[in-house]
Structure formats: C-alpha cells, structure tokens
Design a protein around this ligand. Structure first.
Ligand SMILES: Cc1cc2nc3c(=O)[nH]c(=O)nc-3n(C[C@H](O)[C@H](O)[C@H](O)COP(=O)(O)OP(=O)(O)OC[C@H]3O[C@@H](n4cnc5c(N)ncnc54)[C@H](O)[C@@H]3O)c2cc1C
Length: 468
C-alpha cells in the first residue's frame, strides 16, 4: 500500500520527519500540498507569505521531479481534499508534521476522523520543535509557565536525548510520478508578486544560504543581537515558520558549539518552543490575557494614535524607523519588536491585541505562538512577562541600541542630516541645529504625539497600581 506525505509548514526535503517516516514503510510515496482556501481568503493580493510558499513549492516540485516524483497541489478545504485524495490514490496512511496551533489541531482531528472512517490513518510526526509541549513538564506533570525553569528542563532533556537530523533516505524509485505539473500559478490562486522589498529568496536552498551566512556570526551573537543596525541576528525566522529549514539541524549545531554566542542563540530557539508549548497547553491566550487580573483592562488609546503608530509617524524616531522597516520589508528586529510593542501599550495605551493583529498582517515570519507570546510579554499580561512597572523609554532605548542613529537614518531619510546626539529626540534639538540639518519638525517629521513621562504615569495608573 502506498503512503501520502502532506506538506504544510515543512517545505523541504532534507531532515523531514513525515517524509522519513513515510519512506520507512514499504511501497510507493505520493506528496501533496493543499492551498487552504479558508486561509487564503482575506489575505491581500500581494501577500508576500503566499509568494514565499509558492516559490518554495516550486522548488520542492522541481527537486521531486528530478528524483522521479512530483508534488501534487490541490486548492480547497484540506478536511475534504486530503481524504478525497487519499481515497483516489488508494494510500493506506497520510503522514504530516504535527502542528500546535488551535485551528490546525482542529483541522487535523477532522482529517484524521474522515480518514479513519474510510479505513485509513493520519500519522502526525514531531517536526516543528525539538521537544513538543507534552515532553517538557514540571515534576508534577504540569506545563511550565516561567521560562527559566522551562529552559533548564529543556536543556536537561536535550543533554539526555541529543537531537540529530532525520537521515535523508533515497527517493529515487520510491516516488510516484505525475506527468502534468499541478502547482497553480500565483495569478490562478488570485495573487500577484509582492513589492520587491518584501520578496525573500524562498525554499530550502535559500534557507541553507542564510544559515551559512549566519554561522560565523554565532560566537559574537550575544554582543551583537540587540543592535538593529548590525547584521547580528540570523534572519531565519521566516524559514523556521515555513519549515524550509529544520529546527533539528540548527539545534544540533548550536548545542555542540562551545561558545557564549551559540548558547545564547540556543536559548532563543528555546523561547520559540516555550511559546509553542504555552499555546498548546493554554490555547485561550489567543485573544485573552494570560494573567486574569489584566483581562478586563480598558485601554483608552485613540484610533488616531494607532494609525500614527502603524504608519511610523509617532515622532519618536526609533519607533518610527522600526515600523517603517516592518511595513517595507515584512521584518522587524527583535529589540525593536519589544520597543514598539511597549510603546503601543504603555505610551499610547492601546490594547495589545490591536498591535498583535497588525504584526500578524505584516510579518513574513508571523507565528501565532511567538507573536502572541511577544505581545503579552511586552504588555505585561503574559506569563513570565515584562514586569508591569518596567516601561521602555523610547529615547534611552534609541541612544543605547542605535547609538550612531545608523538604523534610524536607513528608514527615516528625512532625519539624515541630524547628528548622533540629536537624532534620538529631534524635538530637543535647537532650532539652529534643526535648520542646519534641514529638518522642519511638524512638516518633514512629526513632533512627538505623546509625552513619554506623562504616558508612563498614565500606564502605571492603568495597570492598576501605584507608580513603583
Ligand atoms: C511583540 C513581538 C512579536 C513577535 N512576533 C514574532 C512572530 O510573529 N514570529 C516569530 O518568529 N517571532 C516573533 N517574535 C520573536 C522575535 O522577535 C523573532 O523571532 C526574531 O526577531 C526573528 O529574527 P531572527 O530570525 O533573526 O532571530 P534570531 O535572533 O536569529 O533568533 C533565532 C530564532 O529564535 C527564535 N526566537 C528568537 N527570539 C524569540 C522570541 N523572543 N520568541 C520566540 N522565538 C524567538 C526565532 O525562531 C528566531 O528565528 C516576536 C517578538 C516580539 C517582542
């Protein structure tokens, strides 16, 4: 009997859990990807993630064809499409990577039921994470809600059970060919290519190139990772999101490298798993504060301020440069994600869920677990979050993490003429200096839309406690 491998967020051929397990069965193997119309509906026609997926699939199809197979592509509801295809191809089992998002879990349960009713089975294989939510628990068998002990347990497990990539089994002679390509064009799917700045090289080869570039940067990662003007971070998030790279490959290398940078980076990969397990155990974090005391907060912020934040015109240069990076490229540096999230919630007093949704639309690496975790951390509403009384100062953050203003100038060309001392808070610069720099505040660049010191007090009051 043949097997069917259902690709979802694992768009590669190497170190691929579902493919490895399907090939371990005797008999031929089919491969499929379903364009889920429920997910595609409502996305902008130039959504860069759809284009990234499409290009990754095109590469997968080419690689499979070179080895005698082909990627089947369908469009529709996977709950109908997968069982229909399984019957049509006569496969005994469907193999896919386990997904921990609530909607994906519901979908997979429905697919499993439909397959079972027809005498077939769905096998879900751990692939997106090194350790799934149920594998790292407290001694009492409960999920961790604080990162440090979670990380200790995660590391201990990694030490006891080192991860290694799944072997790449030969495909030739095992795949079933499909003569005509079934990958619909982007246009047929109702999409157009995104603007050039939002187009990223896609697929497994591109992911490996990004990884090769970053590997020499691992030792100094800890020193460089907080400075957005430097190339100090991996930029692998989009590849981890769509599985064009395997998490096992990355963890395997980082865990065996004996330097502080690699250890620090490994910890970031563990944050990713920490938030995944939180979403798995507490799916209610979608749309609701993790901490009950913050569920009823009424945020007084205005729609005008939200629009200014989205468009990068708050008058705080590093916040605005960060938002323009997001809008132009679909990426934002982690230090800046923390800063703009704090600014939205604690300076503009706007509900964190609005920022979360805006990020979900804009980020190419959008990941429900990491995004929700990051927002709830910054808003102090999450588990093991930023303490409510610690509020980022957008000016001192700017002075500290973009001291020369290089990052600000990259995204705010209107401030290029300002020197390193005045670029962080142009409204404090003398009229003479502003004139020499060719900056007319209120015309070329906005005055601050709020006063940080005043808003800080308002945020402390909103969070229901006396200023600390
Ligand atoms: C408000 C907010 C929203 C965020 N939204 C997302 C999101 O939608 N998708 C996403 O992948 N990350 C998100 N992050 C986490 C982090 O900012 C990005 O993973 C990181 O900036 C991606 O860049 P990189 O690949 O160069 O990271 P690197 O510094 O090279 O880190 C390597 C990998 O570790 C993981 N990682 C690093 N930091 C975190 C973190 N704090 N939480 C979870 N995983 C982490 C990512 O998979 C990342 O690719 C968010 C953080 C905040 C504060």
């Amino acid at each position: 009997m043949s097997q069917l491998v259902w690709f979802r967020r694992d768009l590669r051929l190497h170190d691929h859990a579902a493919l490895y397990h399907a090939l371990a069965h005797p008999g031929p193997v089919h491969t499929v990807f379903v364009f889920d119309t429920g997910l595609l509906q409502g996305l902008p026609v130039d959504d860069a993630r759809v284009s990234f997926i499409w290009h990754s699939l095109q590469q997968l199809d080419t690689a499979l064809r070179q080895q005698g197979g082909a990627l089947l592509c369908c469009t529709g509801d996977p709950v109908q499409e997968i069982p229909r295809l399984a019957t049509q191809l006569g496969v005994s089992s469907v193999h896919a990577a386990e997904d921990y998002e609530p909607a994906a879990r519901q979908r997979d349960e429905a697919v499993a039921r439909a397959l079972q009713a027809d005498g077939r089975s769905l096998h879900l294989h751990k692939d997106q994470v090194v350790f799934a939510g149920r594998e790292v628990l407290t001694q009492a068998g409960r999920p961790y809600t604080v990162f440090t002990p979670y990380y200790r347990a995660w590391r201990a497990r990694l030490h006891a059970e080192p991860v290694s990539p799944w072997p790449t089994l030969p495909l030739t002679g095992r795949l079933l060919p499909h003569p005509a390509p079934t990958l619909p064009s982007l246009a047929k799917l109702g999409f157009v290519p995104p603007p050039a700045e939002r187009q990223l090289p896609a697929g497994e080869a591109a992911a490996q190139a990004v990884w090769q570039r970053f590997q020499p940067q691992l030792p100094p990662y800890q020193q460089q990772r907080d400075f957005p003007a430097l190339e100090g971070v991996s930029r692998l998030s989009v590849h981890l999101r769509f599985g064009t790279v395997s998490i096992r490959q990355l963890v395997h290398v980082a865990a065996h490298q004996d330097d502080e940078g690699a250890a620090c980076w490994l910890k970031e990969l563990a944050w990713r798993e920490f938030y995944q397990q939180l979403l798995y155990h507490f799916p209610r974090v979608v749309g609701e504060a993790f901490k009950p005391e913050y569920r009823t907060l009424a945020f007084p912020g205005s729609a005008e301020h939200f629009a200014a934040w989205c468009e990068g015109r708050t008058g705080y240069p590093l916040v605005d440069a960060a938002m323009r990076q997001l809008n132009q490229t679909g990426y934002m540096h982690n230090r800046l994600r923390m800063l703009v999230a704090s600014f939205l919630v604690k300076d503009l007093l706007i509900d964190w869920r609005e920022g979360e949704q805006y990020f979900a639309k804009q980020l190419l690496d959008f990941d429900l677990a990491a995004n929700n975790g990051g927002w709830q951390w910054a808003a102090s509403t999450g588990c093991d979050a930023q303490p409510w009384f610690r509020i980022f100062n957008p000016v001192t953050q700017s002075e500290r993490f973009d001291p020369q203003g290089h990052f600000i100038r990259r995204y705010l060309p209107e401030l290029t003429g300002l020197d390193a001392a005045s670029i962080h808070a142009p409204w404090q610069a003398s009229p003479l200096l502003l004139q020499a720099a060719g900056v007319r505040l209120g015309q070329d660049y906005p005055l601050p839309i709020v006063d940080h010191a005043r808003q800080r007090e308002a945020a402390l009051a909103l969070f229901g406690r006396e200023p600390g």
